[in-house]
Design a protein around this ligand. Structure first.
Ligand code: MN
Length: 432
């Protein structure tokens, strides 16, 4: 494992990768891209370039499991690589680090396969069989619960069950895809029969996305101690939400059309190996909270199964675009607000025998912090639309307007280790 984790010592002959804020040498996130009309193919982001893995493989620069990992992506998705599990992914990382490190002797052979990212198109990294959205951000659950039930914000199941619902896989899109304002059925205040029309309360949700690697056989639960082996990597996820549709439709079975019109993800898969130095202990449960049931409890997971990732939401309105001002940051949050770990989510999801498959996608649920500047949705920032958000250029927002763009970013930093980022998860609202 040591060669995988010597983050701070890693220097590349590709100078732009040294100290790059998002994609330095120790990140090596996996993705799928096309270049000059080529078929979609696997790649790795390195600074502002993309390394063509198929090219490296054709050049004979990858061996063994690393070569298998790239060949498994022949269909232009990472599903096959994900299915091979951690060993193949780690072998690929080890060989890429060797090829790209300062003292590598293969520079001349690697160089032609480094392509300028702005001349490539980046696609969804995997064919998503199923997408599940959890609700593990406890501050968000409490804030939203308070809007509906001021004296009883968290329902009694919350501290026993990692709550989730089955989302829609077919409308997950990579960053940059337009977000068309959905139509739907709503019940406006003070009216007794619903109407059909464009959503008037369009919102975003700041979430961590989790890509599933090796699956489990139907009927066989994944034990929590090995749940980590089933995670292929992480991304940012915007669970766009039509709050007016949601309020009318969500009882008793949960969100439906208010969520399924589009979900945006950042296209680069940040691997567990890259995130290893940014693991941390799960915050202890507050005094009085119940102990999780045994199938959700693992000491090692509690000690190092949480993640310390800074999350950021920026808003760019048409007004700001016209004035030439930069997007405004409207939230700064962190993944430490997750009440359940990723391993607990995997163990719970499969506890009934549900089959998870390579390329499945989880959303964490909205990740808000406990302070006002740390909220992960407009619903929370505006108290359900009651208090408009004041923007620096004089504009206000209760919910998103046509032309508004939401940009999610994520970054990890640790002294002595360095930094890495996830790249952007961006979407612009287009008219209904
Ligand atoms: Mn959500």
């Amino acid at each position: 494992m040591n060669t995988l984790n010597t983050h701070n010592a890693l220097r590349s002959w590709w100078a732009a990768a040294n100290d790059h804020p998002d994609f330095p040498l120790h990140n090596l996130p996996l993705g799928v891209f096309s270049h000059a009309g080529s078929d979609p193919r696997p790649g790795v982001a390195l600074a502002d370039h993309i390394l063509d893995l198929r090219g490296l493989e054709a050049e004979g620069l990858l061996q063994g499991l690393a070569r298998d990992a790239v060949r498994a992506c022949a269909d232009g998705t990472l599903n096959g690589l994900f299915a091979l599990g951690a060993a193949a992914r780690q072998a690929l990382r080890r060989q890429l680090l060797a090829l790209l490190s300062e003292d590598a002797t293969e520079q001349a052979q690697v160089l032609p396969w480094l392509l300028a990212a702005d001349r490539c198109t980046v696609h969804l990294p995997a064919r998503i069989g199923d997408y599940t959205d959890f609700y593990v951000g406890i501050e968000h659950a409490r804030n939203v619960g308070k809007l509906f039930r001021p004296d009883n914000p968290l329902l009694p199941n919350y501290k026993y069950v990692p709550i989730g619902y089955h989302g829609r896989a077919s409308t997950v899109r990579a960053s940059g895809a337009p977000v068309r304002r959905p139509h739907g059925q709503t019940l406006p205040a003070g009216v007794s029969t619903p109407q059909f029309g464009p959503c008037a309360r369009l919102d975003f949700e700041l979430e961590l996305g989790i890509w599933l690697g090796q699956g489990n056989a139907a009927g066989e639960a994944v034990p929590i101690a090995s749940a980590g082996e089933h995670v292929a990597g992480f991304c940012l996820l915007n669970d766009w939400s039509a709050r007016d549709l949601q309020a009318w439709e969500y009882q008793p079975l949960g969100p439906f059309l208010s969520k399924s019109f589009v979900t945006t993800v950042s296209p680069w898969v940040i691997t567990p190996e890259a995130l290893q130095p940014f693991r941390c202990a799960q915050p202890p449960r507050p005094e009085g909270d119940p102990q999780p049931l045994p199938y959700l409890w693992d000491e090692r997971d509690q000690q190092a199964g949480a993640l310390d990732i800074t999350l950021e939401v920026l808003l760019l309105t048409p007004g700001m675009r016209e004035q030439g001002v930069a997007p405004q940051r409207i939230s700064l949050s962190n993944t430490r607000s997750m009440y359940w770990t990723v391993a607990q989510m995997v163990a719970h999801h499969s506890a009934n025998g549900c089959q998870l498959q390579p390329g499945d996608l989880f959303g964490s649920g909205t990740l808000s912090g406990a302070e006002p500047g740390q909220l992960g949705s407009l619903l929370e920032m505006t108290q359900g639309g009651a208090q408009p958000l004041q923007l620096a250029n004089g504009e206000t927002r209760r919910f998103l307007e046509d032309g508004d763009e939401i940009i999610l970013r994520a970054r990890c930093h640790k002294a002595g280790v360095g930094s890495l980022g996830f790249g952007e998860c961006r979407g612009r609202v287009t008219p209904a």
